[in-house]
Design a protein around this ligand. Sequence first.
Ligand SMILES: [Ca+2]
Ligand SMILES: [Ca+2]
Length: 150
Amino acid sequence: MPRIRTVAAAAALACVAGTALATAPAQAAGSVHIYKVYYDSPGSDRGGNSSLNAEYVQIRNSTGSAFQMKGHTLKDASNHRYTFPSYRISAGKTVKVHTGKGTKSAGHLYMGRSWYVWNNGKDKASLYKPSGALRDSCSYNSTRADYKMC
Ligand SMILES: [Ca+2]
Ligand SMILES: [Ca+2]
């Protein structure tokens, strides 16, 4: 019995150590980046507002401090453009930029469009700083998946 307990304890320790090793670099560096593009809204694309809003780009702030998005822009490959209003992403949090109409709230922003932006097969999401410099981009090319983890 004591031997089994020791093995279990050792395994638990190794697990904790592994977790610490895996998360430490991300916490140390971190960035504001495109985390996910949900480009094919579930079900038939009939253009209803809830369907439009199920199409979104999720931005993640993996840094240790809050980040102000105001003035950033998000563009697709055909230059549909969304300019971020004043919105702070808390440290470690994400915000979804929905295609349709809605009211800005914690974790949710809305492009206010009346049709889909992100192509269901192939497209590229690009996030630009207020200066116009590229902050991050995410490309996808598959009709077999509905979203891309960037
Ligand atoms: Ca789409
Ligand atoms: Ca669909």
